[in-house]
Ligand binder design. Structure first.
Ligand code: GDP
Ligand code: MN
Length: 391
């Protein structure tokens, strides 16, 4: 789950992260009140959307007077902000965060994330922070430094000291950065985050180190341990299909392709996506039907796939086990097709418990399915069908 910048900042402030003073506003008048409350200007007015790249897209506006704060808020609120990360449609700006502007002398990049190949939480840092971090780190991978955390989130003080040296920091700024790194790493583990990114971490003209921008993502699979975080969810920023799927306890992720995938088991689902890619196709979604799924839940999942305007073919690749059997999935598909007509080719590979009944249910319901005996031929058929439909 993504957090807004202001939410991440409020959360991390409680851990002691040094931040500029700021306040939220949903109207231009509120923005002026917020600015007044913060103190003397200048201020920065920042669009709150779940995407980065706002600065370059005009979503971060400096304001030297209260009149400018009002203008900036009026310009941003109610507008759609399209950044390099949003796609052309952009996102509706419903709120702005008004912050005390700081005089930035240096911009550092600091992030805590899970390093999957090392199997550890890692702190990543670069002296080349700011809006060009992606380009800079791609051009010079050596500029990105890494320190691994212990299971508790603690970072080794000597390694951190060496890191600040690599970043070109000394004295009090280096000490502050060490404390900030420890704070972020502890918060990361405490909150079950999957990413905390501070970019830029600014060293001000006065030598203070402050987090000017924070992006934080919480691990959905650990949210049950933090019921209070549920209030931070902004449903408007989430994929409506994925939200609906969550209500039906389906594991569903929208992808860019055109072949809908109905699979049980996350491992089989990933293998199926890989196979489609291997055959030159493009999956429209990841969907893992859990063993305890009911016919109705399967039907809902299938209808989510049918609702995708890009859809050109559907691949059903299921393995009937002891709990979820092939016939339950077939009944779900049949139910969905009775409500929403099937307009694209359907390729079915069903193996395991009740595979024959699955075939009987689908043919009995006059569902035009093409049956394949193994995964490989099913994937090849689905890719062919999607290309034919697209032509
Ligand atoms: P992003 O573009 O979505 O990552 O939004 P940021 O919050 O990082 O803002 C973009 C850029 O605006 C930053 O990299 C800074 O260079 C600049 N910026 C943001 N806040 C301030 C501020 O208080 N003072 C100054 N001088 N620059 C700022
Ligand atoms: Mn940023």
């Amino acid at each position: 789950m993504n957090l807004h910048e202001f939410q991440a900042k409020a959360l991390l402030q409680d851990y002691g992260l040094p931040l500029p003073a700021g306040a939220m506003a949903a109207t231009a008048a509120e923005a002026v009140t917020a600015a007044r409350g913060i103190g003397a200007g200048p201020w920065v007015v920042k669009a709150q959307i779940h995407a980065g790249g706002r600065g370059k897209a005009g979503g971060v506006i400096s304001a030297a007077s209260l009149a400018e704060v009002e203008q900036a808020a009026a310009r941003l609120l109610g507008s759609r902000l399209a950044t390099a990360q949003t796609g052309a449609d952009g996102r509706l700006v419903k709120q702005v965060y008004v912050e005390s502007a700081c005089a930035i002398a240096r911009e550092i990049y600091l992030a805590v994330l899970v390093d999957r190949s090392a199997g550890k939480v890692a702190l990543m840092a670069s002296a080349a922070g700011g809006a060009e971090i992606e380009a800079e780190s791609a051009a010079d991978p050596q500029s990105v430094h890494r320190v691994f955390a212990a299971g508790s989130g603690a970072l080794d003080p000597d390694e951190l000291q060496a890191l600040t040296g690599h970043l070109g920091l000394a004295g009090e700024a280096a000490d502050q950065t060490v404390r900030i790194a420890q704070t972020l790493s502890k918060a990361f583990v405490d909150c079950d985050a999957s990413l905390i990114e501070v970019n830029p971490l600014a060293v001000t003209d006065d030598g203070e180190v402050v987090a000017v921008d924070v992006k934080m993502i919480l691990d959905d699979n650990a949210l049950f341990r933090h019921p209070k975080f549920e209030a931070l969810r902004d449903q408007d920023e989430e994929d409506p299909v994925e939200l609906e799927a969550k209500r039906y306890e389906l594991n569903f992720v929208n992808l860019e392709g055109d072949i809908g995938c109905v699979v049980n088991g996350a491992g089989l689902a990933l293998a199926t996506l890989d196979l489609l890619k291997e055959y030159g196709g493009a999956p429209a979604n990841f969907m893992d039907i859990r063993p305890v799924a009911t016919r109705d839940q399967v039907a809902t999942g299938f209808e989510m796939i049918l609702a995708n305007p890009r859809l050109k073919a559907i691949l059903v690749n299921i393995y009937g086990g002891g709990v979820l059997r092939c016939d339950t999935i077939a009944e779900g598909i049949a139910l969905a097709c009775s409500r929403t007509p099937l307009a694209v080719p359907l390729i079915v590979r069903a193996a395991g418990t009740n595979m024959e009944i699955c075939r009987k249910i689908l043919t009995g319901q006059r569902i035009a399915a093409q049956f394949a005996d193994d995964m490989g031929s099913a994937a090849a058929l689905a890719v062919d069908a999607s290309k034919r439909e697209a032509a």
